[in-house]
Design a protein around this ligand. Structure first.
Ligand code: IPE
Ligand code: IPE
Ligand code: MG
Length: 255
């Protein structure tokens, strides 16, 4: 794996790629894909054109992550708060997973990608759920990049549900409050058995988490860029990883 990444980095002509060391690649990268609407507005086009182009950036990011040897790529595609948007825009966003998978699923299967979904499926339209469930089922045994879509995802909701599940165990007498551990809270989140992200990327210049992985990002490195999501290319991912490699992660201790 390291050899494959090294040879990919060597054939890249950017300066940044040569700065990257193949043996310190972040294992899990999470991305808040933001700025689709502003990208379109700047071009005098409707917001949905931004979302359409954002889909192409998802493909670019997934390929680049795989080439870089990143194992898990989590993409924030729709938050539990995004339902507040106009119905037309929500309807369009709910069609995108289907459209994306209709075009890309065969290639994702060929590339050994495992598609996952992290979110609350019960509120999604049936067609969106079906598309996601099909992709998840057909790629479940793949062992390559884990491409994890956060769809109708809200971190406060997932934490609340984790607490509720623990509360049930207490009521049923199988758990004592004093026995609750951080691991038990973490396991019951929607990210389940996925390790915490090492690196969080947010595009569009906003410096906030917008209810994304509040628990899991406790010690992640954060990287923000002003570019809008539809402009995101492998060079940006390489730049983020290069900067990640210059950070010292201390987890509260000393380096
Ligand atoms: C991110 O782009 C995509 C989603 C939240 C679904 P936005 O739609 O938030 O674009 P801006 O932030 O309004 O430019
Ligand atoms: C966060 O972006 C959600 C996704 C990228 C899916 P938003 O555009 O919804 O965040 P706010 O409203 O600017 O915080
Ligand atoms: Mg936004």
């Amino acid at each position: 794996m390291i050899k494959r990444v090294r040879s990919w980095l060597n054939q890249e002509d950017s300066q940044q790629a040569h700065r990257i060391s193949p043996d310190n690649i972040p294992h899990h990268v999470a991305i808040i894909m933001d700025g689709n609407g502003r990208w379109a507005k700047r071009r005098g086009m409707p917001r949905i054109v931004g979302h359409q182009n954002g889909m192409k950036a998802v493909k670019r990011a997934a390929i680049a992550a795989d080439d870089l040897g990143i194992k898990i790529l989590t993409m924030y595609a729709f938050s539990t708060e995004n339902w507040k948007r106009p119905k037309d825009e929500v309807d369009f966003l709910m069609k995108l997973p289907q459209e994306f998978l209709a075009i890309e699923l065969e290639e994702l299967i060929q590339k050994n990608v495992q598609v996952r979904m992290m979110g609350h499926p019960e509120d999604l339209p049936q067609h969106t759920r079906d598309a996601m469930e099909e992709a998840v089922a057909r790629t479940a045994s793949n062992t390559g990049l884990v491409l994890n879509f956060a769809l109708n995802y809200g971190s406060r909701k997932e934490i609340t549900e984790s607490i509720r599940a623990l509360g049930k165990d207490i009521r049923e007498g199988t758990l004592l409050p004093e026995d609750i551990t951080e691991e038990m809270v973490g396991e019951r989140l929607l990210s389940g058995d996925l390790p915490d992200p090492d690196l969080l990327i947010r595009t569009s210049g906003e410096l906030r988490l917008s209810n994304f992985m509040l628990w899991q990002l406790a010690y992640s490195e954060l990287w923000f860029t002003d570019i809008y999501w539809p402009e995101f290319t492998k060079e940006h991912l390489i730049e983020a990883v290069a900067e990640y490699q210059h950070r010292t992660r201390r987890y509260g201790g000393l380096s």
